[in-house]
Design a protein around this ligand. Sequence first.
Ligand SMILES: *Cc1c(COP(=O)(O)O)cnc(C)c1O
Length: 384
Amino acid sequence: MNETLLMIPGPTRVAPRVLKAMSENIVNHRSALFGKILTETTQMMSDVFRTSNKSYLITGSGTAAMEAAMANIIQPGDKILSVVGGKFGQRFMQIVDAFGGEPESIEVEWGEAVNPQEIKNYLDNNPDIKAVTVVHNETSTGVANPIKEIGKIMQDYDALYVVDTVSSLGGDEVDVDGYGIDICVTGSQKCLAAPPGMAAITLSDDAWEIVDQIEPQSYYLNLKKYRKSGNAEPPETPYTPSVSLMYAMHEALNVIMEEGLNQRVKRHQLAAKATRNAIKALNLELFPKEEVSSTTVTAINIPEGVTDAELRGTMRNKYHVELAGGQDHLKGNVFRIGHMGNITHRELITTISALEMTLRELGFEIEMGEGVASVADVYLPENL
Ligand SMILES: *Cc1c(COP(=O)(O)O)cnc(C)c1O
């Protein structure tokens, strides 16, 4: 078993009880027994989304749910507006294109969050936009977009509000019904702390109305079939799901319910604050501005005088802490610390301590312990 500490923005390490749940033997996926597990899992999924609508689980990674969202609302030529400030914003545009839609975009500089007013202006000038896609937590840049404020604006427009919460749900504030989100998608392997391979989606009545008007652009991801099977007695999925991953999701969601969603978000907020404070204490530079920085992943500029390979290589090979690099043009320029899922002060203290040793070894004048002290500070009872 590889005991490297995973401090990347997914996949994240899963609790032993989740691994254990996954080792249960396979049951018939069209049985009352499985129907009960599916019902409980989708119900908990809706609770985490904070929606009264049903959720659907798709065997596939987060991108499968992004595809499902687009494949079921797009007819050739439909205009879909995507907010693009990183890799995952781009992905939505590419999916729109793949399904014959007309991708349009609001380009946001990588490392910045979208100004909701820009979306309002765009919709005022382009009333034929069918849907707007927003990535809540842009994992590639470590930026959180203001999905609550955008939701307020979207209320005044017919366009569907589609939000990717793959790297935020279960780690940052998400309130699907409260924010007026029409389609929300997520994945198993980030803040939910289940193994990779499951995606989830939920749709509002307005979204279903559009879905019912069109022919889906995908066979496997036909959401009408997911709805029909989900409403059957016992509930099912249209095709054979990963039964083992369903056990894992069921248990991972149990863990979340036991911790409590608010408490879990608070834990992530503390981890983010501790990480940022430690980075500043070590005289490193945060990539995004602190006001827009993510609650689940911190992007940091690679300091001059060291390469990505040296920095992350030392962290990995010597201290057994795995960090993430940058993507696209940020490759070699930033590194990222994921603090999502089951991360506590324990993992952060180890990570920051290893980072101090790594930087010292690579020739930086680091005051040993300063980063660690900033982490500890955040968690001291008198500061909580
Ligand atoms: C990880 C991630 C996805 C989905 O990626 P998969 O590899 O398909 O699970 C989508 N959006 C965001 C913001 C992500 O972080």
